[in-house]
Design a protein around this ligand. Structure first.
Ligand code: ATP
Ligand code: MG
Length: 558
């Protein structure tokens, strides 16, 4: 056992949901903990869903309980198979384990039976009011609702009408089934909510078997109860629906019904979460699909090179709370840097190249310098970096008129070429626009590093790639999709997009990097962490996505 780690383990304070679970187990309300993640297959999952998945899964595991993964597929109008497949892939990738994929639509028969139970108890009725009338009769916070003239239909009549609804006797919208609760409740959700509607839609699972579909507020508690869920953890917007949730499970005669507990949604600043907005970006072609690396869908984060470990760390740092707040994107970046810091090889890549010619170095000669892959993690070993008379260096590693405290290359200044020699710049050439194209320098043969330590010190160290063996590569840099300064939305409600959210560089990489495979991750010295794009890369020609830059102003809150 590693004592260092043990000493640092601080017992984590339990969050408010864990405290509730403790109580429920202590007073015998439940004997085990069963949680679930119930996405609607109407889009791709995003970082907010990752919080819900990891939280619900983690809670079940913490109490040696069970975790269910279930599609809440009761509204066929917005659902499709592409979403189902992507959601399964994402949940698996995040590491949540489940026995089988469950579908709410498999419970349609049982839900229908529950509606019959309510009708027989005099707790549900068929209503002929139009959608507009129902809305008008419902009233609002200040006006009590008005009872529907159909509210006191007999049980027998309701049973016949509901069966006729199921058998397709009425057209879409002609009748609905409503729960008979309380038209004067201060909670509008309790004013005789609709629980079944007529809609002729083909369902991805049940086809055309049904022309009536249960409403979310009726279906969801039943799904939980049918599966024996104990703790149905959802986000805060459902708090007002909890009385209805309880009404449904209590009146449909479940023995040990689940309880709903709400927690705050995860919001990130300057980032588009919310399926509705992401769909808008995808459909308008502003991004390259649901997995465009600028998005925070789980598919996008994975494609960009995020690890599940970093996402888990982020979700744990954010924690579970009851009050809504938004969290800085930089915190997510902090997590991926922490995760990759020791795992990744540190390689040389030049994103914006200029030539460096070492005039006193023999023409045609190539040396190989031993350079460690990661100075903080010796176990990664070292590699041979090629070195010759002609190299590529970063454009901003040379300046014609350097400001104070610029320690990199300028005429007359000496710097270290990482792992190789000290060089001094002597002259430079520019193109017609005055941009530097080539820098000339001389090297000091006495300063050959090649894995050794050199006593003489210089202030600046720069990296390079050898000119004749370097490979060209596409390197993509990303920035926020949303323009931070001006806020998320324009006056007309459209998204305020950042025109520079994607910058494509054609740079040079060390030869070894050209064999990188999709999802391989590296640190490119000074530029950040990069990962090989799984869609656009070809064998021998990887395309690199920047996961995150090296710079950070983020400090972990104490
Ligand atoms: P969105 O509002 O982004 O479209 P949704 O709530 O409609 O998401 P669902 O498929 O209904 O998406 O969500 C499945 C589960 O994920 C629900 O339990 C929901 O509460 C939870 N969830 C959704 N968004 C977030 C979020 N931002 N933070 C935490 N949990 C979330
Ligand atoms: Mg939803």
């Amino acid at each position: 056992m590693n004592n260092n780690i043990d000493k640092n383990v601080v017992p984590k304070a339990k969050n408010f949901i864990e405290l509730e679970v403790d109580k429920d187990l202590a007073n015998g309300r439940y004997k085990e903990v069963v949680t679930r993640f119930p996405p609607e297959p109407n889009g791709y999952l995003h970082i907010g869903h990752a919080k819900s998945i990891l939280f619900n899964y983690g809670l079940a595991m913490e109490y040696n309980g069970r975790f269910n993964f279930r599609f809440d597929d009761t509204n066929p109008s917005k659902e499709n198979e592409e979403y189902v497949d992507s959601i399964i892939e994402d949940v698996k990738w995040l590491g949540a384990k489940f026995d089988d994929v469950k579908y709410a639509s498999n419970y349609f028969d049982k839900m229908y039976e529950c509606a019959i139970i309510l009708i027989k108890k005099g707790l549900a009725y068929v209503c002929d009011l139009t959608a507009d009338q129902i809305k008008e009769y419902r009233g609002d916070y200040n006006t009590p609702g008005k009872e529907s003239p159909y509210r006191n239909r007999s049980v027998e009549e309701n049973l016949i009408l509901f069966e006729d609804m199921k058998n397709g006797k009425y057209s879409d919208g002609e009748k609905v089934l409503r729960a008979k609760i309380d038209m004067s409740s201060t909670n509008i959700n309790m004013r005789d909510p609709i629980i079944y509607r007529i809609a002729r839609m083909t369902h991805h699972n049940t086809g055309d078997k049904w022309c009536i579909y249960p409403m979310y507020d009726f279906a969801h508690p039943l799904e939980d109860a049918i599966e024996g869920i104990t703790h149905s953890c959802c986000t805060l917007e459902f708090e007002d629906h909890r009385p209805l949730y309880e009404w449904v499970v209590n009146n449909c005669d479940f023995k040990n019904p689940p309880r709903q507990i709400e927690f705050a949604k995860l919001y990130l600043t300057n980032v588009v979460t919310g399926k509705r907005y992401i769909r808008q970006l995808v459909e308008q072609g502003i991004v390259d699909g649901w997995d465009d690396p600028r998005l925070v869908t789980i598919a996008a984060l994975r494609r960009r090179g995020y690890t599940k470990e970093a996402i888990k760390m982020f979700v744990d740092l954010v924690g579970i709370s009851k009050s809504q707040s938004s969290c800085d994107y930089e915190m997510l970046e902090y997590c991926i840097r922490e995760d990759l810091k020791l795992k990744c090889k540190r390689m040389f890549a030049i994103l914006d190249p200029i030539k460096l010619i070492i005039e006193n170095y023999p023409e045609g000669q190539i040396e190989e310098m031993s350079v460690p892959y990661n100075t903080e993690n010796e176990s990664l070993g070292s590699r041979k970096v090629k070195f010759s008379r002609e190299l590529y260096i970063e454009r901003d590693d040379f300046m014609i008129d350097p400001p104070n405290k610029y320690y990199r290359l300028f005429i007359g200044n000496e710097v270290r070429l990482m792992g190789a020699y000290f060089i001094k710049a002597t002259r430079y050439e520019t193109d017609n626009d005055g941009n530097v194209t080539t820098v000339y320098a001389t090297y000091d043969p006495e300063t050959k590093q090649d894995g050794r330590t050199i006593d003489r010190k210089v202030k600046g160290t720069i990296h390079y790639v050898e000119g004749t063996t370097a490979k060209k590569a596409i390197i993509r840099l990303y920035d926020n999709l949303i323009d931070e300064e001006k806020g998320k939305l324009n006056d007309d409600g459209s998204l305020n997009l950042n025109p520079n959210s994607l910058i494509i560089k054609e740079g040079y990489i060390e030869e070894e990097l050209s064999n990188a495979k999709p999802y391989d991750r590296f640190q490119f010295v000074r530029a950040g962490y990069f990962s090989v794009d799984p869609k656009d890369s070809k064998e021998g020609a990887p395309v690199f996505n920047r996961i995150v830059s090296m710079k950070s102003s983020f400090k972990l809150p104490k």
